[in-house]
Write a protein that binds this ligand. Structure first.
Ligand SMILES: NC(=O)C1=CN([C@@H]2O[C@H](COP(=O)(O)OP(=O)(O)OC[C@H]3O[C@@H](n4cnc5c(N)ncnc54)[C@H](OP(=O)(O)O)[C@@H]3O)[C@@H](O)[C@H]2O)C=CC1
Ligand SMILES: CC(=O)N[C@@H](CCC(=O)OP(=O)(O)O)C(=O)O
Length: 342
């Protein structure tokens, strides 16, 4: 089977990583490549790493340019997917890499994004309980935010097994590509190099409701999440440290057992041998999540560290994984499990 795929937002970081993966996917042919201000430019000027597509000219993003494809990926800024997707037809697989269709509650969307809610689609994190089944055969997919990918996978086994209290702290160190490639003063090289800085502190980051939604669904009761992102001078990667109080009666052996069982058959989640800790460098360009879990006995807390590449498992790789499921292809098709190191 060959599916014809269009990418809206082809000139951005997420679109570029997506095209890198799609170029080696055996069941994909690449059709329209669209953007906004870069329309009319050869893709090679903006994405020189995508050599086979260098001469393709970027088109304007519209329902018309995206028509006639089996799959349409929307790697656009928040708020641009809903109206476009509504004009693409129910038979087309639409994979939204933006935030528009991640949140189930319209009130959450309005509070955190400040516009009208476009509705909720099956959530593209197959490793969460029940998600894989909802993605199979679906014609709409909401790809998770990069932080909720690492943080949700870090804690889902603990909540699935009832081993933690519903009071989570997450600190996640991120590379700069998470912010996209458009000019932002706080991301100038001289601001970022040689420094790490927290932002969105005090429950102010818009991924908070996504964490809460995911973990509450797994726990079967409300989970509160205090989330702090930290910007670090590296282009790619997210290192998430998540912790929560241990539930009464839970111990290190039960925790280890729950994580081993939850991820034993997951192709893209590797629970490291005890004592080995994840690094972002080992995930660069790979769809793999590297994970380690332990118990802090004095604090009575579960502590989990997870590393991902924000552009691969954190967006484009997760999008391709979900596309594979939706189309009935083997889930791992076209997805690297091997990082680039050093
Ligand atoms: N970067 C990351 O790690 C992650 C990103 N995402 C999400 O993916 C989406 C894309 O992010 P990212 O690639 O980082 O962002 P970039 O800023 O790097 O790219 C944005 C893309 O969207 C295009 N675009 C901008 N405005 C419009 C518009 N009005 N109509 C059509 N196209 C437009 C841009 O085209 P042009 O070149 O013409 O400006 C560009 O191709 C966002 O929703 C982001 O939140 C999700 C998870 C992780
Ligand atoms: C470094 C940095 O700025 N990261 C972005 C992550 C955005 C992302 O990846 O997710 P969305 O699709 O929800 O935008 C941020 O904190 O907003």
């Amino acid at each position: 089977m060959t599916v014809k795929v269009a990418v809206a937002g082809a000139t951005g970081y997420a679109g570029g990583e997506l095209l890198r993966l799609l170029l080696t996917h055996p069941d994909v042919s690449i059709g329209a490549l669209t953007a906004a201000s870069s329309a009319g430019t050869p893709l090679g000027q903006l994405q020189p790493q995508l050599v086979p597509l260098a001469d393709r000219v970027v088109a304007e993003t519209s329902a018309e340019t995206l028509a006639g494809h089996d799959v349409v990926f929307l790697a656009l800024p928040h708020g641009h997917s809903g109206e476009l997707a509504a004009r693409l037809g129910d038979d087309v697989l639409v994979v939204d890499m933006g935030a528009d269709h991640r949140l189930g509650e319209a009130a959450d969307w309005q509070r955190w994004y400040g516009s009208e809610h476009s509705g909720v689609w099956p959530y593209g994190l197959p490793e969460l309980p029940g998600a894989r089944e909802r993605l199979r055969g679906s014609r709409r997919v909401a790809v998770p935010g990069c932080f909720p990918t690492g943080g949700s996978l870090a804690l889902a086994p603990a909540y699935g097994a009832g081993l933690a209290e519903p009071d989570v702290t997450i600190v996640a160190v991120t590379g700069t590509s998470g912010a996209g490639r458009s000019l932002k003063p706080h991301l100038l090289g001289s601001e970022v190099m040689g420094s790490a800085s927290a932002y969105g502190v005090g429950g102010a980051h818009r991924h908070t409701p996504e964490f809460t939604q995911n973990l509450s669904a797994v726990a079967g009761r409300p989970v509160t999440v205090s989330f702090t992102p930290v910007l670090a001078p590296m282009p790619r990667g997210i290192l998430t440290t998540a912790s929560a109080p241990l539930a009464a009666g839970a111990d290190a052996a039960a925790v280890r057992d729950a994580y081993e069982k939850a991820y034993a058959d997951e192709p893209f989640v590797r629970l490291l041998p005890e004592g080995q800790w994840p690094t972002t460098a080992a995930t660069v360009g790979s769809n793999t999540v590297l994970l380690q879990v332990t118990v802090d006995p004095d604090a009575g807390r579960l502590v989990v560290v997870a590393a991902i590449d924000n552009l691969t498992k954190g967006t484009a790789g997760g999008a391709v994984q979900s596309m594979n499921l939706a189309l009935g292809l083997p889930e791992t098709t076209g997805l690297p499990m091997v990082g680039v190191a050093p």
